[in-house]
Each structure stands twice: as structure tokens, then as C-alpha cells.
Design a protein around this ligand. Structure first.
Ligand code: WTA
Length: 665
């Protein structure tokens, strides 16, 4: 991207499918007790909409039953469970208490410093009622937007559910995002309330959050009327006119609050995610469909037995996985879950496995990047803990390489105690493909049915219509690759982009007629199973976090030193992809200034530390086609240390050798 110019890039080429051929059928022991059997596929195949209607009535309690399962007349905007009314928080909380499950543990919270809190369903219900009353006392009403900028602490879940209870729309902003990123999200959604904390703990040290909120709100022109601050790390915190302590406001609120039912299509939340342009998209999800598919997939993909299982999804609340599989689905299903605030290596690299042992975690849901990090740290660490409680292992966020999949199975999934005993039947591994936009699992094995393959998410969830198509939109044959599409609307689908329905249609529904374009490359193997191959657009995936090349390029060219920038995602052994930036400078920095550090920090401040390029390479030119498109494919070759591919369409054929020279090659 050039200063003041918009350049479009060429799309990535699809990787080759690995030649993985192993497959592991479920053990009879597991299948015999599995919640989901072949009958799920049969029912969904026989009558897709009827299946979803049945499921919606099974997993949720409706205040008013729906009269129509799907209204697709305004396609591509769907209405699911039309006419139905329900309250999300009532479904996650009150009804379990009414059903005699008030004493069941909903959340085991473990703070990074080792402090713990346990909430039963009865206690969590009370906390959410108090927060709902408190938010209402601050003037938050149905339909208002609430920005949530919190660490992984129970108040994050309480805040989200309190919003849902009163019909306010939460917009959670990941705590790792910068003040600028927070402000742009507050502005886009016109948030009325911000809920934050003084800070959190990171690697044994207090890490502040509140100053970023102060900075975000320092410029006038925002819509925020109050800032509620949870006291978490107890660091000194400056207070301004909008600020109030959570304890003062929520602590004083009544524990009586009656949940009113909202329409099935009432918006539940907005969650911003990176797209192919510089501006993040506010993905809108509504109530009935999102909760139905979240709960159904949580139950079936993970074989959830809520009376006995202890579920732990390690995702932060700032990402969709934390929305669907921390806040909503586990509680809708009446499950017991673990929430951990900190990093996996604090105070030691065995912390996660210590938590699995301590809480008897039975289902662990995490990301390939974490698994690869544990591989690097060595198997001796998990081998030193008793992981015998585990019975299902999940993966999400990026393609899992077969090596990491096998390690997950062999090291974590067969651990049967500290004495080195191994399980006779390794725990099944479920690789789950989905997106912020899809709201819930779309491709995933059923652990009691599917013979799983290392590295493949394999099969559509019952009731979901997935396909891989070619450029023309034709279904590809087995053994062929193409683009992942969704052929039929699904309950948890996004209902649009906040404030920009045209962009919604353009981004997802214009590439092919009547098919949702996911932006992922995929292949069907000889059995027709689906292997995900990564993004085909300008979205990168770093440690399972979506980042936009364009957004980082915009940030770089906004710096006075930079004339032009091109960003690519380069393969990385731990994080999947790493951000690599190529920049052309227009100003010569001061003698002795580390320009690379300056630019990395600039992006970190602008977007957030996760967006900081791993490498910034200063180059004299960027490779472009005659029409001015940056050929990222060639830069990717450079970034990944490969021989540079076909460069015949370059407008200036010497550019690549100039780049190589500037890098000292
Ligand atoms: C990628 C995260 C391969 C994919 C839930 C998708 C995956 C993007 C997988 C969505 C998986 C997620 N295998 N790729 N199991 N899961 N992805 O919105 O490229 O943060 O389009 O949602 O992550 O990322 P998002």
C-alpha cells in the first residue's frame, strides 16, 4: 500500500494437500456412551430445517415458541426461529437453578497469581441479576451498546450475560488491543457504557487496562456516559468524571431481576473482526439461532455430559471462541467450566496441566499454536501431571498440522497419570472449523462416530451444508481443491455487519450466487473429507488471531518514515503465520535510530501488540504487476526463505533482485 493510494493484492495460491493417510476410529467404549450418534446425521439429512427446529426446542427454553424455522425471503439476511421469544441469560442461568441445579459449579476461576473463585449456577445467577440492575441504573436499555474491555475474569462473563439479560448489545474488545482500536470500536457501535478493569496479571506482573480506556475517551465526540471499573490487580488507578467502581455500583444492586423475553432475532452482540480492508467489521449475531447452534455443537462435538464433565476452553473472551464456547454454550448446557486468567508459562510451563489435574478437566478446547508451543517446551512437562481425566480434546483457530495433532493425541490424550501409565484408548481429537461469522462449529467430527484424521476437520456438522467449489462455483471432485463455501443458511450465521449491510453482501455473498464465501481454501480428500488450507484473501492468522494485511499496511504508511508498505503472513512453526512487513522509507531516520523497532512499536500502539510485525524489512522497491497490484506471493517467498516463484508479470523485472540485495543475499 502506498501513502494515499489503494492497491489490491493478488490472492494467495493454495498450498498442497499433505499426504496424511492415518485415521483413528472411535473406540467402542467411547461410542457406546456418546451423546451424538449417526442418528444426528440421519435426522438432519432427512429434514434439515425440522432437525434444527427440534434442536432449538431441545436445548433452549422458549418464552414464546417460534412459528417458522427459517425465513430466507430477505436473503442473504436470515431470520431463524421466527416469532420465538426467549432470554439468553435466563437460558444460561435461571432455568438451571429452577431445575434444581443451583448448587452445580458453573465456573471455576483461577487467576494468574493463583487466587481462585468458584461460582455455582445459583451464585452466578445472582451476580448477573445484580449487574443487570446496575447497568439499568446507569441508563443502559434494550438495544444500547456496551463496550467490554476486560481480562479473562468472571466479570467478563457476568457483564456479557447481564447485557443479554436486559437486551443490551455487548461489543467485547480484546484486552490486547490498543486505545485507538478500542476507540474506533466504541465509535462504530456508539457505545453508551464501557466495562473495564484496573488491569490484569501477565507473567507475574500487573498489566494495566484502564489507562487505554482513558486514552481512548480522551478525545471528545464519543457517546460513552459511564465507565465501570472492576478492581482486579489493585494498582493505583486514575478516576475521571465518567468512572465508577464496579464494586460500588454492582455491589450495591439488588439480586432481584426478572428477565424479559426478547425476540429470537434480537441482536445479542457485535464482535469486530479483521477483514480484507483496513476497517474491522462489526459482526452481528442474534439470539435464538446463535444460542441453538452453539449449544448443540458444544454438546455433540465435545460429547458433553453436563453432570460429570469439566470443560475448559482456553480462548480469551475477546474472540468469538470465548463468546460461543465460554460465555454462552457451556452455560446454556448447564456445564461446569474452568476459566483461567493468565499465560500458560506462569509461574511455570506446566501451569495448564496443573489446572487440568487440579480441576479434573475432562474436555480441553484450545488452539494449534498453543499445542506447538507445548511441543517446543517438551513432553516431560505434561508427562509430570495426571491428565487421566481428559476424554475429549478440541482444536480451533487455524489448520492443525498432523504433527501437532499426533502430539496432542500421544502426549496429552494418552496420559493416564504421573506414573507414566498410558490410556488404552487415546482421547478423540476434534478439529473444529468455523469463524466469527459462522458463530459456531461448522466442520467437525462427531467423536463417537467419525474416524478422525490428523490435520483434517473433515465433515460438516449435522444440519450444515458445506462444499468446496472451483472458481466457477462448481463443486470439486474428491481429491481436488478450491474454495470453501456454505450452501445453505445456518442458525448461528451472522446477520450482517454493524451499520454496513452492503459490505456484508459484498464480502460474503457476491463471489458466488446463493453461497456464502468463507475466504478459506480447502480440499476434499479421496473420501470426500475436508482439509482446510488457510485463507485465500488478505487475512492472516497469527496464533489463531485474525489480522488484516491491509490494516497493518495502513498503520505503517501512516507513519511519517514510510512511503509504501506490503505485509504478508509467513509460515511460522509456532504461531502458524507471522507478520512480515516490507517497507519503503521516504524519510531517513535520525542517526542511530532503530527504525525497525520504531515501526514495530508504532503498529503495536496503533492496533495492538499481536499485530506487531515479527520482521520489518526495509526495501528499495516492492514487486508490482503492470496494473499496480503488489505481488504478495513473491514477498511471501522471500519471507519464507524460498526460491522466488514466477515473476514474469512484474512491471519491473529487477525488483526482486533489488530486494534480495537489500537483504544481503
Ligand atoms: C481459520 C475462529 C483451519 C480459518 C473460530 C477461518 C481454521 C478463520 C480452523 C476464522 C480450523 C478457524 N482449521 N482453519 N479448525 N478454525 N480457522 O473468525 O481461516 O477468529 O476463516 O474464528 O480461522 O477465524 P475467527
Amino acid at each position: 500500500m502506498r501513502k494515499d493510494a489503494n492497491t489490491v493484492s493478488d490472492s494467495k495460491t493454495l498450498d498442497n494437500l499433505s499426504t496424511e493417510t492415518r485415521s483413528f476410529a472411535p473406540s467402542k467404549n467411547f461410542s457406546d456412551q456418546a451423546i451424538a450418534t449417526q442418528a444426528r446425521y440421519d435426522a438432519a439429512n432427512a429434514d434439515r430445517l425440522g432437525y434444527w427446529a427440534d434442536q432449538a426446542r431441545q436445548v433452549l427454553t422458549w418464552d414464546t415458541d417460534f412459528t417458522e424455522t427459517l425465513d430466507w425471503s430477505q436473503a442473504p439476511v436470515a431470520k431463524w426461529f421466527v416469532g420465538g421469544k426467549l432470554n439468553a441469560a435466563y437460558n444460561a442461568l435461571d432455568r438451571h437453578v429452577e431445575n434444581g441445579l443451583g448448587d452445580r459449579v458453573a465456573i471455576y476461576f483461577e487467576g494468574e497469581p493463583g487466587d481462585t473463585r468458584t461460582y455455582t449456577y445459583a451464585q452466578l445467577t445472582e451476580e448477573v441479576k445484580k449487574a443487570a440492575n446496575a447497568f439499568e441504573s446507569l441508563g443502559v436499555a434494550k438495544g444500547d451498546r456496551v463496550a467490554v474491555y476486560l481480562p479473562m475474569i468472571p466479570e467478563a462473563v457476568i457483564t456479557m450475560l447481564a447485557c443479554a439479560r436486559i437486551g443490551a448489545i455487548h461489543s467485547v474488545v480484546f484486552g490486547g488491543f490498543s486505545a485507538d482500536a478500542l476507540r474506533s470500536r466504541i465509535d462504530d457501535a456508539d457505545a453508551k457504557l464501557v466495562v473495564t478493569a484496573d488491569g490484569t496479571w501477565r507473567r507475574g506482573k500487573p498489566s494495566p487496562l484502564k489507562p487505554a480506556v482513558d486514552e481512548a475517551l480522551s478525545a471528545p465526540g464519543h457517546t460513552v456516559q459511564n465507565v465501570l471499573v472492576v478492581k482486579r490487580n489493585g494498582e493505583p488507578t486514575e478516576f475521571g468524571s465518567l468512572d465508577k467502581w464496579w464494586d460500588d455500583v454492582v455491589g450495591a444492586a439488588s439480586t432481584e431481576h426478572t428477565a424479559v423475553a426478547h425476540d429470537s432475532e434480537h441482536p445479542l452482540f457485535v464482535l469486530y473482526t479483521s477483514g480484507t480492508t483496513g476497517k474491522p467489521k462489526g459482526i452481528v449475531h442474534t439470539t435464538g439461532g446463535f444460542l441453538t447452534q452453539g449449544a448443540v455443537t458444544h454438546r455433540d462435538t465435545f460429547d458433553l455430559h453436563p453432570e460429570t464433565d469439566v470443560f475448559w476452553c482456553t480462548a480469551d473472551i475477546g474472540w468469538v471462541t470465548g463468546h460461543s464456547y465460554v460465555t454462552y454454550a457451556p452455560l446454556i448446557n448447564g456445564a461446569t467450566q474452568v476459566i483461567y486468567e493468565g499465560t500458560p508459562d506462569t509461574p511455570h510451563q506446566g501451569r495448564w496441566w496443573e489446572l487440568v489435574e487440579k480441576y479434573g478437566v475432562t474436555i480441553l478446547y484450545t488452539a494449534p499454536t498453543a499445542i506447538r508451543t507445548f511441543m517446543k517446551w517438551g513432553r516431560e512437562i505434561p508427562d509430570g501431571y495426571d491428565l487421566s481425566s481428559l476424554r475429549v480434546l478440541g482444536s480451533v483457530g487455524e489448520p492443525i498440522n498432523p504433527e501437532a495433532w499426533m502430539w496432542y493425541r500421544d502426549v496429552i490424550g494418552t496420559n493416564n497419570g504421573k506414573n507414566g501409565e498410558r490410556k488404552e484408548h487415546p482421547t478423540p481429537i476434534v478439529d473444529t472449523w468455523w469463524q466469527t461469522e459462522t458463530g459456531a462449529h461448522m466442520i467437525a467430527p462427531l467423536p463417537g462416530v467419525t474416524a478422525t484424521k490428523p490435520g483434517s476437520a473433515q465433515v460438516a456438522v449435522p444440519g450444515i451444508a458445506i462444499d468446496v467449489v472451483d472458481e466457477a462455483g462448481e463443486s470439486v471432485a474428491n481429491g481436488q481443491g478450491g474454495f470453501l463455501v456454505i450452501r445453505e443458511p445456518w442458525p448461528a450465521m451472522l446477520r450482517g455487519i454493524w451499520g454496513d449491510m452492503d459490505r456484508y453482501k459484498e464480502t460474503y455473498w457476491s463471489r458466488y450466487e446463493n453461497m456464502y464465501f468463507a475466504g478459506d481454501g480447502a480440499k476434499k480428500d479421496a473420501d470426500g473429507d475436508i482439509w482446510l488450507l488457510g485463507r485465500v484473501d488478505d487475512v492472516m492468522n497469527v496464533s489463531g488471531h485474525r489480522l488484516s494485511t491491509t490494516e497493518i499496511e495502513s498503520s505503517l504508511v501512516a507513519h511519517p518514515y514510510v512511503a509504501e508498505a506490503a505485509v504478508v503472513g509467513a509460515k511460522d512453526d509456532t504461531t502458524g503465520e507471522a507478520v512480515v512487513a516490507f517497507v519503503i522509507l521516504q524519510t531517513v531516520p535520525a542517526e542511530g535510530e532503530d527504525v525497525v523497532a520504531t515501526l514495530r512499536n508504532h503498529v503495536g500502539k496503533d492496533i495492538g501488540p499481536i499485530a506487531k510485525p515479527k520482521h520489518v524489512l526495509v526495501v528499495p522497491e516492492l514487486p508490482k504487476t503492470r496494473s499496480g497490484k503488489i505481488m504478495r506471493r513473491l514477498l511471501k517467498d522471500v519471507a519464507e526463505g524460498r526460491e522466488v516463484g514466477d515473476a514474469t508479470t512484474l512491471s519491473d523485472s529487477t525488483v526482486m533482485s533489488q530486494i534480495a540485495q537489500s537483504m544481503g543475499k
